[in-house]
Design a binder for this molecule. Structure first.
Ligand SMILES: [Zn+2]
Ligand SMILES: [Zn+2]
Length: 309
């Protein structure tokens, strides 16, 4: 898989996972913090002594931003593992597979991954699910983007502004269905664009508008395979996606999101007009699956075409 050879590569697959060859004996321990119950299979406290306060500080920060009732947020199940992917399974624990690379160290990587998955975990319980644009866009904006700005000094807005300047943005309608969005995750643009677009909506229209995009969302089902985006966008913002997309691009230009690093990065890459679908995820429940006609998690047929209205 071609990886971008540049400083924008805070991409999960680009960093190596922690390995036991680091010389650390990994012992399984369990501990509780103010907000979390942790199954630590990799002795992470030895490598990252501040991990317990990092967990609680992250939960506190996210609850503040999302206006969630912090005292009620207790016993979040968290698992640290050596192998696999960081993820949060519906109604399950947050799994973090810590990583590090030469430019983004263990602490920053850990914060990015835990903050991203915790955003999913908290929001699913407080607001429910949303279309994949906001389901991934909000964690990317609140987690990946925060750590990125700290480590690399440029944001997803900066990156998208540079893409816009090179006519390399993908249309926001490109990844509206989960199997499209996750299928093209090897190309970083869709992730960055949904993160930046969601952030733009938060900054211009308030977090409450994104909250509604979760609470008012009616997911497509095999019986009713229709993604009703127009009613959702009109009901919340009084505008369709295409109009908001133009507003977002104007915001990127007018806000002078100009970063020399982002510009240099975008300038030296080639961006294809179309992105092939690779990773497979269920078009209904978003779960990764190995291929085949039926999702092993929700058992929905993957041959059902979803219509977007
Ligand atoms: Zn995610
Ligand atoms: Zn499924």
């Amino acid at each position: 898989m071609r990886r971008p050879n540049n400083a924008f590569a805070v991409e999960r697959k680009s960093a190596r996972p922690l390995k036991s060859y680091d010389g650390m004996i990994m012992i399984k321990t369990s501990y509780t913090t103010k907000h979390c119950c942790v199954d630590d299979n990799i002795s992470l406290t030895l490598r990252l002594p501040e991990v317990m306060s990092l967990l609680d500080d992250t939960v506190t920060s996210l609850c503040h931003i999302l206006a969630l009732d912090l005292p009620n947020i207790r016993n979040i199940p968290v698992i640290f593992r050596e192998l696999g992917n960081s993820e949060v399974v519906k109604d399950g624990a947050i799994t973090v597979v810590p990583r590090e690379d030469s430019r983004c160290g263990l602490r920053d990587w850990f914060e990015l991954l835990f903050r991203h998955e915790t955003t999913h975990w908290l929001i699913r319980r407080a607001w429910g699910q949303s279309c994949v644009m906001f389901w991934e866009g909000l964690p990317v904006y609140l987690a990946d983007n925060v750590v990125r700005q700290r480590v690399f000094q440029f944001s997803y807005h900066d990156y998208c502004a540079a893409l816009l300047g090179h006519q390399a943005l993908l249309a926001l309608s490109t990844g509206l269905l989960p199997h499209q969005y996750y299928g093209m995750s090897h190309d970083f643009r869709m992730t960055a664009e949904y993160g930046s677009f969601t952030g733009f909506l938060v900054e211009r229209y308030g977090m409450s508008s994104i909250q509604k995009a979760y609470q008012m969302y009616i997911p497509p089902t095999p019986q009713h395979p229709i993604l009703e985006l127009s009613p959702l966008f009109q009901g919340i913002w009084g505008k369709d996606l295409q109009t908001l997309e133009v507003e977002w691009q104007t915001f990127l230009t007018d806000s002078a999101y100009v970063s020399g690093d982002a510009e240099a990065l975008v300038a030296k890459r080639h961006y294809s007009k179309q992105v092939a679908l690779k990773d497979r995820h269920c078009r209904f429940c978003y779960a990764p699956y190995g291929g085949g006609d039926i999702c092993p998690v929700c058992h929905a047929s993957q041959n059902i075409e979803i219509t977007i209205t």
